[in-house]
Design a protein around this ligand. Structure first.
Ligand SMILES: Cc1cc2nc3c(=O)[nH]c(=O)nc-3n(C[C@H](O)[C@H](O)[C@H](O)COP(=O)(O)OP(=O)(O)OC[C@H]3O[C@@H](n4cnc5c(N)ncnc54)[C@H](O)[C@@H]3O)c2cc1C
Ligand code: FES
Length: 232
């Protein structure tokens, strides 16, 4: 069990939770979190928002039972954490764009801290959050409210593009890659439902082009876009 240091609302329904302890993890990896009571039975996956020497941070949106319970936790309460899990964003060189939609911005903060000259693109449906924090770690932060932030990204200006957001946004990025014949590496981070987080239950399967499946919790959640089929 780990102790919560703070759990602060940064925008309506969006919370930033700091948990004490010494943790590890690469950009794009995630932890499975579970509150100490019996409900809900399954842990919920959350990306690493930030890691410092004596704590880990998560940024999450309240959607259902599990995240609603997280939102009610206070300083001094405790949580069970399992991680770091999954295949994160690779260590790369070159010009990088980090593109996030809504709560898909969560894994990009730690990524931007690791990749000091990455350009950040943040898309929000209504209210923005943590834009100032991103501005403190990246020389270029582009923000859009409404519409598609992908439209603001000149794909050819980057060697690597990392997109995290709703499935529609990931599909749109894949389409752009194909139509434009983008020659760099487009990565997508998928947010499939997970039960075990460790490769045992197959709940999190993602289709692979040409047949077969991959597990989002082990082979992902970060994939080269051309290695996954995001259609239902
Ligand atoms: C790798 C990864 C990283 C993520 N990172 C973040 C992040 O940083 N911030 C963020 O806000 N969100 C993130 N998400 C999404 C987040 O995990 C979901 O929003 C959260 O799990 C929703 O849980 P809930 O109980 O609040 O919502 P609900 O909608 O209540 O939970 C999902 C519903 O589906 C059911 N369910 C859940 N999992 C399963 C399952 N495996 N099998 C069957 N039923 C299931 C639940 O019982 C529940 O009924 C991430 C997801 C993934 C996969
Ligand atoms: S969540 Fe169980 S195999 Fe991925």
């Amino acid at each position: 069990m780990a102790e919560i240091m703070s759990n602060i609302q940064v925008s309506p329904g969006v919370f930033r939770m700091k948990i004490a302890g010494n943790y590890e993890g690469r950009m794009g990896q995630f932890y499975m979190l579970r509150s100490s009571g019996m409900e809900p039975l399954l842990s919920r996956p959350l990306s690493i928002f930030d890691l410092q020497e004596h704590y880990i941070e998560f940024l999450y949106q309240v959607v259902g039972k599990g995240t609603h319970l997280f939102a009610g936790l206070k300083r001094g309460d405790s949580l069970n954490l399992l991680g770091p899990l999954g295949n994160g964003f690779p260590d790369i060189q070159g010009r990088v764009a980090l593109v996030g939609g809504g709560i898909g911005t969560a894994p990009l903060y730690y990524s931007a801290r690791q990749l000091s000259d990455a350009h950040v693109y943040l898309g929000f449906r209504e209210e923005t959050y943590l834009v100032r924090e991103f501005g403190a770690i990246s020389s270029q932060v582009h923000v859009k409210v409404g519409g598609s932030i992908l439209d603001d990204v000149d794909f050819d200006a980057y060697d690597h593009i990392f997109v995290c957001g709703p499935t529609g946004m990931l599909k749109a990025a894949k389409l752009r890659e194909a139509e434009q014949g983008y020659s760099g590496n487009l990565y997508v981070s998928v947010e499939n439902k997970m039960a075990c987080g460790i490769g045992a239950c197959l709940v999190c399967r993602v289709k692979a082009p040409g047949g077969g499946t991959k597990r989002a919790c082990v082979e992902g959640p970060v994939f080269l876009a051309k290695e996954v089929d995001l259609d239902d």
